[in-house]
Design a protein around this ligand. Structure first.
Ligand SMILES: Cc1cc2nc3c(=O)[nH]c(=O)nc-3n(C[C@H](O)[C@H](O)[C@H](O)COP(=O)(O)O)c2cc1C
Length: 366
């Protein structure tokens, strides 16, 4: 018996058609090849196993070495990385799947051991986040960052632009700008992390500028129909906060809508935590935005179906359920039980907890 809800209907996302409304959320797995940060040998299998999702979004991938904040996360700035990603996109496309890559600059959530010549990570302001990163095989406090010079900002925008070109060369259907979870673009946007007094600090307009300029540059490279963005207006992830998130994000989304991005991916509430951590009117973002609204955070079949039926979202992104259920779409269709995920194998390692989760037929996914 197959359950029928809007979740399983097709959706036209810009130039591509998604087979259903389920999106695999971006999930960092720290299994890239150490040193080159090429996607690891099992990455193509891992994503292909999950290709029945309407859309896959890859784990966050750094746009430059400076943009890396954790051990063994993949990049999208070198030729070898592009070739590694090509294997992933080819295999996903062979299975009829669609895949975007998430473009990442971590800003201050990094460690000197990941930076060229042990340099300090960069940030809007020289304020160290209270938080840890995973480096050298264990958790360590993030390093003290330095504030970016005004003259360095065009270089950051160029890094996103080059990464976008690389992503298209690697065969991706599009790119998702990582504007969420306390990384560089959100550090600039939120006043808890941005104390600048130049054109990128102070007013909401100034703080939103980098996210919008990066979006404009990425759209110029990929086209608006292949550009999405992820935001997390009230998340406390990575020690960010803002004194007026509603006004900030209403402004940001007006800007994104004018650029005609194909989707707005919103982490509602605290990433991986309570959805109701702070009052926020997500409908305001949906109503302002011209493209698709992708909702994420703590969704299950019931909530996803309800929200789609109420037309409060167009697509629903599932994170952890996709880690442990390669055939999540089929399981939800049938109302079958889901595999539990194993937190111990989220970050780093090999096939265990990565490509060995069983399908409904109790067989390893192909
Ligand atoms: C192991 C793990 C890795 C994650 N990596 C990323 C990432 O690379 N980029 C991102 O935007 N969010 C990342 N997230 C957040 C998820 O995309 C998602 O927002 C979160 O898990 C909540 O959705 P869920 O309740 O469906 O799991 C990660 C979460 C987990 C558990």
């Amino acid at each position: 018996m197959s359950r029928s809800t809007k979740l399983f209907e097709t959706y036209k996302l810009g130039p591509i058609t998604l087979a259903n409304r389920l999106v695999m959320a971006p999930l960092t797995r720290n299994r890239a090849v150490p040193g080159t940060f090429v996607p690891g040998p099992l990455a193509a299998d891992y994503y292909a196993q999950r290709a029945s999702a309407g859309l896959l979004i890859t784990e966050a991938s750094q746009v430059s070495q400076q943009g890396q904040g954790y051990q063994d996360t993949p990049g999208i700035y070198s030729k070898e990385q592009v070739a590694g990603w090509r294997k992933v996109t080819d295999k996903v496309h062979e299975r009829g799947g669609k895949i975007f890559i998430q473009l990442w600059h971590v800003g201050r959530i990094s460690h000197v051991d990941l930076q060229a010549n042990g340099a300090a990570p960069v940030a809007p302001s020289a304020i160290r986040a209270k938080g840890k990163t995973f480096v050298n095989g264990g958790f360590a406090d993030v390093s003290e960052p330095r504030a970016l010079e005004l003259s360095e900002i065009p270089g950051i925008i160029d890094d996103f632009k080059r990464a976008t070109k690389n992503a298209l060369d690697a065969g991706f259907d599009g790119v998702e700008i990582h504007g969420a979870n306390g990384y560089l673009l959100e550090q600039f946007a939120k006043d808890g992390a941005n104390k600048r007094t130049d054109a990128y600090g102070g007013s909401i307009e100034n703080r939103a500028k980098l996210m919008l300029e990066v979006s404009k540059a990425v759209v110029a490279e990929a086209g608006a129909g292949r550009t999405g963005i992820r935001i997390s207006p009230v998340t406390p992830a990575n020690d960010v906060s803002d004194s007026n998130p509603q006004a900030l994000y209403d402004h940001i989304v007006d800007g994104l809508s004018a650029l005609k991005l194909v989707y707005l991916h919103v982490v509602e509430g605290a990433t991986g935590g309570p959805r109701d951590i702070a009052p926020f009117d997500y409908a305001s973002l949906r109503n302002r935005f011209s493209g698709a609204y992708v909702a994420n955070n703590g969704y299950d079949f019931e909530l996803a179906s309800k929200v789609l039926e109420a037309n409060a979202a167009d697509l629903i992104a599932f994170g952890k359920p996709f880690i442990s259920n390669p055939d999540l779409v089929e399981r939800l269709k049938q109302g079958a039980a889901l595999n539990d995920w194993d937190k111990n194998t989220f970050y780093g390692g090999g096939a265990k907890g990565y490509t060995d989760y069983l399908t409904l037929a109790a067989e390893p996914a192909e």
